[in-house]
Design a protein around this ligand. Structure first.
Ligand code: NOJ
Ligand code: CA
Length: 724
């Protein structure tokens, strides 16, 4: 099948478009070259890496609603060049400083009818960003986008790691195929999601990771999506040309714009090595600097949750079985008979607080604390939750006080049930309640089809809603982790209180998750910002976690440990139940010790879907920042015996095939002995037959050593290296 598709591509791929020969722009290191021009009235661009074509001449422009469109008739009025080089300090991140260095070219276009449109290109060593800009003095002041016509004409039938195009969800497994094979796979058998919208057989989502036959890694994504809709990509698989497929609003409009305004950045990341993809900060760099003056209240969080027990069906979010229908304010919960399986009850929450505090966690998430869960899913009603009224068995003030007395905070949960109108109605009161009791982080959620009806999770009004939630939260010094919201596009640089997002298939999809999924996400979903993947599921067998349930997740314990280093997130969960961790306390030690915020990250070995090995050095200044009092696990590990020990963590994960990795420890301080504690898959570990088999070994190493670690199928490892 692959061979036939290559032949088919060869037969039809000869580009008909003449090469662009004017207006070259080079990346600072000279490896990438962009050209852009107006040909026969149509704006075009192309991109090369050395002698290789990355993007063949591709058109730019818009189809607008109404008489005017932005397809052609343009002339090029001006081309200007500039260079930029800064180093900025993220509030949290994979490193303590990020270099933002690019060469820029601005094309100013106009038409005889008075329409003006500029296109700004920024060329970095690791890729291209470009966007449309509409100046104020323009014939177009208010305009509606029927379609953005941006194209990406690829120079080959590349291998791609993709998920199906959708206006509502990214909660899918990835496929790996040739571009020409997407149509054959992307059929009707898409897994169910509470809200989904099929775009077409050749539509895929960004970030789209590709690899050429010559071994070049090309990634298409977008950055800084604000006041605009999110795009999928639609492939013309005869020509290997992707076109943007913006998400329509309820009236079919793809974006409503008012000049002066800009589009999101369209990005083409180009890397020679897979590890360079993981090290790229292209998306963050294309976002605006932080707008918050005071960021002292923003901090990394390592947390547990009264959550997995609901996800697995052991307990419920709801409190009673008495009400087939709930109307908040009218339904009287005080007289309801509890069904006895409400997870967020005082006693159970205290049990979690005790366990999490004893093991040095910063916070505890509690879901199902508020009235309304008896009648929420799929009911399509606007008013499900008020976000301020606890169930009778959840003593909000007392539980916060109890958590605080142990140095921890509680994390609030706001399931909006995708009724954004209702959430916005209550938002101020909800955030104020959080302030009153000392919550400083919220997990929000957008399950089900969006209300107002007809809107999509990725349409412009929703992008505006998610952003409003983050901006309002910042006024209350609240950090936000939104589930089911749009996948991030680097906005956390500007609004660092956006500490997490789900927007992909995380551990809560349990048995559905394919081996290798976690080796793809860092190339795709995580390019735009951190993910609340909720790692750390030690018990794969659901019948043990939740009696009566069936199914086994497909990973080893070593794999789950490796995720804490592989997936960067300033908000990192230990997602399993306390009683499951209690059975594996020696392996749990790695989760307690590992940091969640870093001043240095090294990507040692990687290949999408196959394996990723990462080394990270903790940022000492934030080690204890999540704690109200007392010390965190990571702090205790680094500061054991009262003095700071230099510490590195290494994590590996692999996919369907076992993988042996060999790496040098030359990142350690020279001439210093480190105690290495390796939490690895046992020799007989295997995700299907023996997923809980691990070994813990201690040794003394120096920067001159080289380590070899074997990861089982869907396995992995965690390694801590501590100066002796
Ligand atoms: C979906 C979220 O992703 C999940 O984590 C949460 O528990 C449920 N919605 C309920 O809000
Ligand atoms: Ca979800």
């Amino acid at each position: 099948m692959i061979l036939s598709s290559i032949l088919a591509f060869a037969a039809c791929s000869a580009p008909q478009v003449k090469p662009l020969d004017r207006n070259p722009l080079q990346s600072p290191d000279g490896t990438l070259e962009l050209r852009a021009d107006v040909l026969d009235g149509v704006p075009m661009y192309s991109l090369k890496h050395g002698q290789s074509d990355v993007i063949l001449p591709s058109r730019l422009g818009y189809d607008l609603v109404g008489d005017i469109d932005l397809k052609d008739g343009f002339k090029l009025d001006d081309v200007s060049y500039s260079s930029f080089d800064e180093t900025w300090t993220p509030v949290w991140g994979e490193e303590d400083h990020i270099r933002n260095r690019y060469n820029e070219m601005l094309l100013k276009l106009s038409r005889e009818d008075g329409v003006r449109m500029n296109i700004r290109f920024r060329l970095y060593n690791d890729g291209l960003g470009f966007r449309y800009e509409f100046p104020m003095e323009n014939k177009l002041t208010y305009f509606k986008v029927a379609d953005e016509l941006t194209e990406f004409a690829l120079a080959g039938d590349h291998t791609a790691w993709w998920i199906s195009g959708d206006y509502d969800t990214q909660e899918y497994n990835y496929y790996k195929s040739r571009l020409s094979e997407i149509r054959g796979i992307n059929g009707a058998d898409r897994p169910y999601n509470a809200s989904q919208s099929y775009i077409g057989p050749t539509a895929v989502q960004t970030a789209l990771q590709m690899k050429t036959d010559e071994g070049l890694y090309i990634n298409l994504h977008e950055a800084r999506v604000l006041d605009y809709s999110t795009t999928s990509l639609l492939l013309d698989d005869k020509k290997m040309v992707f076109r943007t497929a913006l998400t329509p609003d309820a009236q079919g409009i793809k974006a409503r714009l008012q000049a002066p305004c800009v589009s999101p950045w369209r990005t083409v990341q180009v890397c020679e090595k897979a590890t360079d993809v993981l090290a790229s900060r292209l998306i963050l760099n294309l976002n605006d600097p932080c707008v918050l003056e005071d960021v002292s209240w923003i901090h990394p969080v390592k947390y547990m949750g009264v959550w997995w027990e609901m996800i697995t069906g052991k307990t419920h979010w709801s409190y009673t079985s008495d009400f087939p229908s709930v109307k908040l304010g009218e339904t009287d919960y005080s007289k309801a008979k509890p069904h006895g399986r409400h997870g967020a009850n005082n006693e159970n929450v205290r049990r979690y607080i005790d366990f999490a505090a004893a093991n040095g966690f910063d916070a505890l998430l509690i879901e199902g604390w508020n009235e309304g869960w008896e009648d929420w899913f799929g009911c399509q009603k606007e008013f499900v939750f008020d976000f301020i009224t606890p169930y009778p068995d959840f003593d909000l003030p007392a539980l916060n006080e109890y958590a605080h007395s142990k140095g921890m905070r509680l994390i609030m949960h706001h399931e909006s049930s995708s009724s954004t109108v209702n959430y916005e109605r209550w938002m101020e009161q909800a955030y104020t309640l959080m302030n009153q009791y000392g919550y400083d982080a919220v997990k929000s959620g957008y399950v089900g089809d969006i209300i107002p009806f007809g809107e999509h999770h990725y349409s412009q009004p929703l992008i505006t809603h998610y952003h409003r939630a983050v901006v309002e939260a910042a006024k209350h010094h609240i950090m936000v982790n939104a589930h089911e919201a749009v996948r991030p596009t680097g906005l956390c640089r500007t609004w660092p209180n956006m500490i997490g997002n789900e927007s992909a298939m995380g551990n809560e999809f349990r048995m559905d998750i394919n081996p290798g999924h976690t080796c793809i996400l860092p190339f795709t979903r995580l390019q735009g910002g951190p993910m609340d993947f909720t790692p750390g599921i030690f018990e794969q067998d659901m019948s043990i976690t939740a009696p009566g349930e069936t199914g086994k997740m497909r990973h080893t314990i070593g794999n789950q440990l490796g995720l804490y280093v592989t997936f960067y997130s300033p908000l990192q969960m230990a997602a399993d139940l306390p009683e499951n961790y209690a059975r594996f306390m020696d392996a749990f030690q790695f989760i307690k010790d590992v940091a969640v915020d870093w001043d240095k990250s090294l990507y040692l070995e990687a290949e999408p879907g196959e394996y990723i090995v990462t080394a990270r050095h903790p940022k000492l200044s934030t080690l204890n920042a999540g704690r109200l009092s007392g010390t965190s696990g990571a702090y205790d590990f680094v500061y054991a015996g009262g003095r700071p020990h230099d510490v590195w963590y290494v994590g590996g994960v692999c996919g369907e095939n076992a993988h042996e990795t060999t790496f040098k420890l030359d990142f350690l301080k020279p001439g210093v002995s480190y105690e290495a504690t390796l939490y690895a898959d046992a020799p007989d570990a295997d995700y299907e037959t023996n997923p809980q088999a691990y070994t813990i070994t201690h040794s003394t190493v120096t920067s001159a050593d080289v380590l070899t670690v074997r990861m089982a199928r869907s396995g992995g490892f965690g390694l801590s290296l501590r100066e002796k």
